[in-house]
Design a protein around this ligand. Structure first.
Ligand code: GTP
Ligand code: MG
Length: 328
């Protein structure tokens, strides 16, 4: 073992050892190579890591078909966006999913009650948002493969029990997320080698406000050196839950657009959801990929326009705009 391996390197090595998929191992090896101290004593180790990396990459390109392995940590996305919870045992994750969705989750007053991801559908106004309950993590343990659920989501909600040790809980969650490059920060590359986003938007759900000691939330905010937003709730009394749903919507960075068939009223019950900044053409693509190129013009009712105004393909849409598309 070469001398002078930094804590950063050892963290990446821990990530590599806990990785259960090839993609995750590749990410961890790349991180190890990025942070390994550059001196003669590490030459052998570097060569070894590079060998492992290229072997994994080669195996990835040769892999065809395969068996019927089912990954319980792969949660197919549904709704306008997927938010996955993370937290220490008993902090109140399942209670949040139970309070906001119809999913059958296991709420219990003992730790490790949840053993596998459990998705449920929450709503903000007319927008369905998928929430995923997760098994807990501790400083020494996370379920093998658990990182895969976080890797695949749109956003991560860090759940902190305000009636417990907020410092310890935040530390455990940040250690897990930072060590696996799951947070957006200056050290996380924006994308992996497949072009998938690595860093996720994250925020804190501070729960059990009904039994928290005064000042717990303020202490947490002081401790946290990430620019997270904090929402204080109680799954028990329901306090803060409406604000939490609004936060989910804001965090996903989406807008909803109502489509109006020419000569008919708009369907105001089932909006299209698009990334903020989307244009009329993006909407046309979302509605019908092939027809989109035949878009002649569009009429718009909404923000910053007069009712029924003709608009261009590159017009940037706003949340709740109503659009009537005319195809040639
Ligand atoms: N007073 C109060 N108790 C809560 C609140 N949320 C959860 N609890 C209680 O805390 C305990 C743990 O809640 P869970 O939702 O099962 O916690 P968890 O994070 O899913 O636990 P694991 O699955 O073991 O990780 C249960 O007894 C809940 O009733 C809350 O807002 N206020
Ligand atoms: Mg649970």
């Amino acid at each position: 073992m070469p001398a002078n391996l930094t804590p950063e390197y050892l963290k990446a090595e821990k990530w590599y050892k806990s990785a259960t998929s090839s993609d995750e191992k590749i990410l961890a090896l790349e991180r190890m190579l990025a942070v390994i101290p550059k001196h003669k004593g590490t030459d052998h180790l570097k060569a070894d890591l590079r060998k492992k990396l290229s072997k994994l990459k080669d195996a990835g390109t040769q892999k065809k078909g395969g068996g019927t392995h089912v990954d319980i940590f792969h949660v197919p996305r549904s709704g306008a966006g997927q938010i996955v919870l993370i937290g220490t045992p008993n902090c109140g994750k399942s209670s949040i999913v139970a309070a906001l969705t119809n999913a059958k989750v296991n709420v219990a007053d003992f730790p490790f009650a949840t053993g596998a991801p459990a998705p449920g559908m929450a709503t903000f106004e007319d927008v369905p948002i998928q929430l995923v309950d997760m098994p807990p993590i501790t400083a020494d343990y996370s379920a093998p493969g658990q990182v895969g659920t976080y890797r695949n989501c749109d956003s991560i909600a860090i759940v902190i029990d305000l009636s417990g040790d907020v410092c310890e809980q935040l530390g455990v969650c940040l250690e897990f997320l930072e060590a696996r490059s799951l947070l957006i920060d200056s050290e996380t590359p924006a994308h992996d080698s497949h072009g998938n986003a690595l860093g996720k938007k994250a925020f804190c759900i501070c729960t059990k406000s009904d039994v928290a000691e005064a000042g717990a939330l303020e202490s947490l905010k002081e401790l946290c050196d990430h620019p997270f937003e904090f929402v204080e709730i109680s799954a028990e009394t329901g306090a803060g839950l409406e604000e939490l749903s609004a936060k989910f919507f804001g965090l996903l960075g989406i807008i909803r657009i109502y489509a109006k068939p020419p000569g008919k009223p708009a369907d105001m019950t089932d909006p299209f959801t698009l990334p903020a900044g989307s244009t009329v053409m993006d909407l046309a693509h979302a509605i019908h990929r092939q027809l989109a190129e035949k878009l002649k013009f569009a009429k718009i009712w909404g923000t910053g326009v007069y009712d029924g105004q003709n608009t261009q393909r590159n017009h940037v849409l706003n949340d709740k705009d109503i659009i009537e598309l005319h195809f040639g």
